[in-house]
Design a protein around this ligand. Structure first.
Ligand SMILES: Cc1cc2nc3c(=O)[nH]c(=O)nc-3n(C[C@H](O)[C@H](O)[C@H](O)COP(=O)(O)OP(=O)(O)OC[C@H]3O[C@@H](n4cnc5c(N)ncnc54)[C@H](O)[C@@H]3O)c2cc1C
Length: 322
């Protein structure tokens, strides 16, 4: 049966987030010929209409309400809850981003819906939609579906194919009533200058305690730059003050699913694997042949990262230029 699916899309650094396009693609699959509705809370929402149309949204609700510029997720929660009440969707999909993780539980609760979070796959079988999500730090997968009521799920970035489905998109100006905000964000100070969001990066070069210093990250940065990727780190490297905690990948850091993950001087502790073991291809560079990271690596290089990484960068630059 066809369904009405609502997707909360997000803009970051002047671009629609990839996970929003992934969610729109999933929405088209689960809608099964029904209606796909996108929501965008942005002061210059019109700039993204063309992109949203390309990925199959029949309707786009835009909200430019000034209160949303306070940046608090409280305002977003109020706006999204009101939109859900207005649209009455069968399915709600949100990216498992900082915003999505923050607002989804409270919006779902306000709408008296359940929530399946951090899904890495969605299967549809006529009536039933089954969500797949990792559990036990990625060691097992759980399949869940809703018996009744509105279906509400968050999708982990980089796990779904993005498919273009051009349609005509009708634009609806939505004016939510934002009241009684208890907090207002006055300033956002970004710690990292990198343009690539770690959780959406297709290629990650990550360093561990084996990089030995903050300067030790330089060859990793050069490799990441040559590949158009982002730099990440183990908690070991963050704890040793070699880099900022915003780069930490793992159980208590970011969970990433890039196409290529290059682990340099990382031993492969279970808590680190929890954040990266679902990467499509894993390359490990470690001078200890017994390091546990080699057990999950697709390709392993036993050697000193300070010799291997610059060599790799040099050779890759030749291949990528030609
Ligand atoms: C509750 C909890 C949560 C945690 N959450 C996280 C998390 O989110 N993310 C995370 O990463 N960790 C997490 N940890 C910490 C985790 O247990 C490990 O301590 C940490 O991952 C180790 O980091 P590392 O691999 O960089 O360092 P180490 O284990 O010290 O490994 C360094 C590696 O570098 C290699 N090496 C050294 N020099 C070189 C060289 N020149 N060239 C090549 N290789 C070299 C060594 O052989 C070694 O394998 C958590 C721990 C706990 C208890």
């Amino acid at each position: 049966m066809s369904k009405k699916v609502l997707v909360l899309t997000e803009v970051k650094d002047g671009k629609l987030r990839n996970v929003s396009l992934e969610a729109l693609t999933v929405a088209n699959q689960v809608a099964a010929g029904g209606e796909v509705i996108a929501a965008l809370f942005s002061p210059n929402a019109e700039a993204y209409v063309q992109d949203i149309s390309k990925y199959g949204a029949n309707t786009l609700y835009v909200t430019k309400t000034q209160a949303l510029s306070t940046g608090t997720t409280e305002a977003y929660s109020q706006a999204f809850t009101q939109l859900i009440h207005e649209v009455q969707p069968d399915v709600v999909l949100v990216g498992h981003t900082s915003l999505g993780k923050d607002i989804s539980p409270r919006v779902a609760a306000k709408c008296r819906a359940g929530l399946i979070s951090d899904c890495t796959a969605v299967e549809t079988n006529g009536e039933q939609i089954t969500f797949v999500r990792p559990i036990y730090a990625g060691k097992a997968f759980q399949k869940k579906n809703f018996q009744e009521g509105m279906v509400f799920a968050t999708l982990r970035p980089n796990n779904f194919e993005i498919i273009e489905t051009a349609v005509q998109t009708a634009i609806v100006d939505f004016q939510p009533e934002i009241t009684d905000l208890r907090t207002i964000i006055k300033e956002v100070v970004r710690k990292t200058a990198s343009g690539i969001d770690l959780s959406e990066a297709k290629i990650i070069v990550a360093g561990g305690r084996g990089v030995k210093s903050a300067e030790g990250f330089q060859p990793l940065q050069e490799l990441a730059q040559a590949l158009g990727g982002a730099v990440g780190a183990s908690r070991g490297a963050c704890d040793a003050d070699y880099c900022d905690y915003s780069l930490q990948i793992g159980q208590t850091g970011k969970v990433v699913t890039p196409d290529l993950y290059i682990a340099c001087g990382i031993s492969g502790a279970i808590q680190h694997l929890a954040g990266m073991s679902n990467s499509k291809i894993i390359v490990a560079i470690n001078k200890d042949p017994e390091a546990p990271i080699f057990q999950i690596a697709d390709y392993g290089i036993v050697g000193d990262l300070f010799e291997v990484v610059p060599l790799l960068t040099e050779e890759l630059k030749k291949v990528l230029v030609s």
